[in-house]
Structures are given as structure tokens and as C-alpha cells.
Design a protein around this ligand. Structure first.
Ligand code: PLP
Length: 418
């Protein structure tokens, strides 16, 4: 038995679906120890939007390390952090007319979410948070309390409180007008809903099954929040940094959240880094009131700055993402049409796409067949019923075609040529 089986905790998961030892990774390919290559339609669950070992980012990081640039600095001022903040302001915030203060919580997405929830409660003096069905916000207790998945919630071991789930867009199959229930609860003093501090939402639910909210729904949500004095938190941990096309996934709806959570690809090279962005008037933190050791991973600032300068000073990446996303969508529709009896559904936006199968076993079998053919894909959704396609945004057209060809074959092999 390998050391992974004898020593590493039973909690490990991805290594079970992909039981090889990976060793190298370049662009949109990973290589196992035997040299077998895999097209990566997983992209570190959204942490590798710019691909593995992106040469431009790598050079910046290598140069920084070779000149003995500061690596670890808590939240001390460093030149690398200054460069990042200045480029984030100039390249991301200013052109979008977004006025946010930038907070560095711990490096994970869950850290960004915890900080957002804590701040919303501090600002409003209220406890309750409204979240959505099938949401995923992370595994720490606060983030878990606003997460839907019952298996993950079960791991908490204590009651997960102060969160009230509402139906996400299309949860009720369009049978009920959007926000009927939410508005009714807010208006009725007998409803039992405590006045919420904030609503937390993903514009596209990545772990929850690649559920893309319609832009009208997002706008109506933002408007509802404004009308009722509820803070709107957009968790862009997985869908931010260009995954759906624009830098922020909410741009397409023309809304401005009060608080935004970013992580995963903001560190650009697969490095740990997270941001909680807040409206300036919400920045009522006391110095040190929310801190953590790993808030200043400076090689992540260097990679992040380089990524902003390389990919976000024009719209080439954004346009490419949208075009590639349409290509994935076309192929998925073709697959669905080739297997009418299977009732497949094509989901998603930009380069966050999903193919929904009848059940988790079928989607899992498709991903397994893909793995055997050299393609990495994971499942998502409450029962793992959605096969998820999330390649690096920098994937080439040839690599994308190659991966989509494998997906087509894997579905056919699993379902039979029905
Ligand atoms: N929020 C969203 C939308 C996510 O997709 C994730 C992780 O997949 C998280 C938060 C948690 O991020 P992390 O696993 O880095 O804590």
C-alpha cells in the first residue's frame, strides 16, 4: 500500500477518483509519474484559470524569489503587496467604477467568506444571513452554515445556525415568481425570519451543480437587498477572475454587491490568496480585529499582479473565454441530442459548464471513463449528477477540442450509443 493509503487521512477525495501520482503540469495538461498526460478540465477547482506553470507568471515568481523578495509577511507593507494593490485598483476596480476597500483574510475561499459574514454582522448588528439552496461557501463553520450540501453540513458536529435558505433561481422550475417567498417573509412580522444582515449568493453555483442565475434574477435580488437594507455579498471565489468571461461574474448583471469574496485564481499560479472587498463605508474593522498568519503570501501577490497586467488590461482573455464557453456548450448540446433517452441538460456560463445526467452514478461513470481516456473532470451537484467542464481559461482551441472529443466518447461509452 502506498503512503497515501497508510498515512494520509481517509478524508482525501480527489485522489480516489484519479488514483495516479501526478508529477508535472504545463498549461492545460497534467502528467502522471509514468508520463501519461491528462487534459485538465478541472483547473484546480477554479484555482488555475491561467493554467499550470504559466510561463509569464512563473518567470515573475522565479525572478522575485531569486532576488530574495520577501516571502512571508503577515500584513506588513511590502513592495509586492503595493504592486498588487496598485494594479488591482488600476486594472480591475477603476475601469469598472468599483469603489471597494481590499481586505486580506486568510488565504482560502472560506476565509474570505468568514470575513464577509463577520463584517456584515458587525456593520448591521444583525445575526441572520440568507443563503440559497445548493450554495457552497466553504467548510469552516460560518461558511458551512450558509452551505447547502447535507453531507458537508453533517461534518460540523454542532448546530449550524443563523442562516435561512431561500430558493436559488429556477429552484422551483419557474412555477413560483422569483422572490415571492423571500419578500413575503420579509414583509410579515409573523414569518419568523429575523431581519437579515446579508444575503450571500454565487452567480453561478459551481459546487451546487453549475446552476447559473439569470441576470434578471440577480438584478431583482440586488434590488430587493437595497430596498430592505440587506447587504449583498457575492461569493466570487470560484466564478471570479474571469471564469464566466468578465473579471467579476456579477458584471454581466450590472449589479454592485456591497461585499465580494475572491480566492482561488486571484493567486494566479495556484498560490493561496483571498480577498474580501467591501464598500468603503462598511470598513469599520478595528485594527487586528480579524487577522491570520497567511494573509501576505508575497509570491502570490507577485503572480497575481503579473496575471492582472498580462490578462486584464485588454479584453482578449474575456472574449476567448466566452468563445470557448460557447464551443463547450455547442458540443454538450450535440452530446445531449445524440442521447435523447438520457434526458441530459446543458448548464452554465462562460467556461463554467456542466452536463447534467439522470443521477450521480452516471455522471461519475462518465468522469471515470474520461479519466481512463486522459481527461480530468469532476462532478458537482447535490448528488454529483453534473459532469463539470472547467478548463484553464488559457486552454488552446486544440486542447479544448481534444478534451471535448474525449468527453463525447466517454458519454457514448457510458450510455451506449442510444
Ligand atoms: N466559495 C465558493 C463559491 C467555492 O466554490 C469554494 C470552494 O470551492 C469556497 C467558497 C471555499 O473555498 P476554499 O475551499 O478555498 O475554502
Amino acid at each position: 500500500m502506498s503512503v497515501f493509503e497508510t498515512l494520509e487521512s481517509e478524508v482525501r477525495s480527489y485522489s480516489r477518483g484519479w488514483p495516479v501520482v501526478f508529477d508535472r503540469a504545463v498549461g492545460s495538461h497534467l502528467y502522471d509519474e509514468s508520463g501519461k498526460s491528462y487534459v485538465d478540465f478541472f483547473a484546480g477547482a477554479g484555482a488555475l484559470n491561467y493554467g499550470h506553470n504559466n510561463p509569464v507568471l512563473k518567470q515573475a515568481v522565479v525572478d522575485y524569489i531569486m532576488r530574495d523578495g520577501v516571502t512571508h509577511a503577515l500584513d506588513m507593507n511590502t513592495a509586492a503587496k503595493r504592486d498588487f494593490l496598485e494594479s488591482f485598483r488600476d486594472v480591475v476596480l477603476a475601469p469598472r467604477e468599483l469603489d471597494y476597500k481590499v481586505m486580506f483574510p486568510g488565504p482560502a475561499g472560506a476565509n474570505a467568506v468568514e470575513a464577509a459574514l463577520k463584517l456584515a454582522r458587525k456593520v448591521t448588528g444583525r445575526e441572520s444571513i440568507v443563503n440559497f439552496t445548493n450554495a457552497f461557501h466553504g467548510m469552516t463553520l460560518g461558511a458551512l452554515s450558509v452551505t447547502g450540501n447535507s453531507m458537508k453540513r453533517g461534518g460540523a458536529g454542532i448546530p449550524l445556525v443563523h442562516a435561512t435558505p431561500m430558493p436559488f433561481d429556477n429552484y422551483l422550475d419557474g412555477q413560483v415568481p422569483d422572490f415571492l417567498w423571500f419578500e413575503r417573509l420579509l414583509a410579515d412580522s409573523g414569518s419568523g425570519l429575523n431581519e437579515p444582515a446579508a444575503v450571500i449568493v454565487e452567480t453561478v453555483q459551481g459546487e451546487g451543480g453549475i446552476n447559473a442565475a439569470r441576470v434578471e434574477w440577480l438584478r431583482a435580488l440586488a434590488e430587493l437587498c437595497k430596498r430592505h437594507g440587506i447587504l449583498l455579498i457575492v461569493d466570487d471565489v470560484q466564478m471570479g477572475c474571469g471564469r464566466t468571461g468578465p473579471f467579476f461574474s456579477f458584471e454581466v448583471a450590472g449589479i454592485t454587491p456591497d461585499i465580494v469574496c475572491l480566492s482561488k485564481s486571484i493567486g494566479a499560479f495556484g498560490f493561496p490568496m483571498a480577498l474580501t472587498l467591501m464598500r468603503p463605508d462598511l470598513d469599520i474593522w478595528e485594527p487586528g480585529e480579524h487577522n491570520g498568519t497567511f494573509r501576505g503570501v508575497n509570491p502570490a501577490f507577485v503572480a497575481a499582479t503579473e496575471a492582472l497586467r498580462t490578462y486584464w488590461t485588454d479584453d482578449t482573455l474575456e472574449k476567448g473565454t466566452l468563445a470557448k464557453g460557447e464551443q463547450v456548450e455547442r458540443v454538450m448540446h450535440g452530446i445531449a441530442e445524440a442521447h435523447p433517452a438520457a434526458g441530459l441538460k446543458v448548464k452554465g456560463r462562460g467556461l463554467a459548464r456542466g452536463l447534467r445526467f439522470a443521477d450521480g452514478a452516471t455522471a461519475g461513470a462518465v468522469c471515470h471513463a474520461a479519466f481512463e481516456r486522459g481527461l480530468l473532470m469532476e462532478t458537482s451537484g447535490p448528488d454529483g449528477e453534473v459532469a463539470k467542464v472547467m478548463p484553464p481559461l488559457t486552454i488552446t482551441d486544440d486542447e479544448l477540442d481534444q478534451g471535448l472529443g474525449v468527453l463525447t466518447e466517454s458519454v457514448a461509452a457510458t450510455l451506449g450509443r442510444s
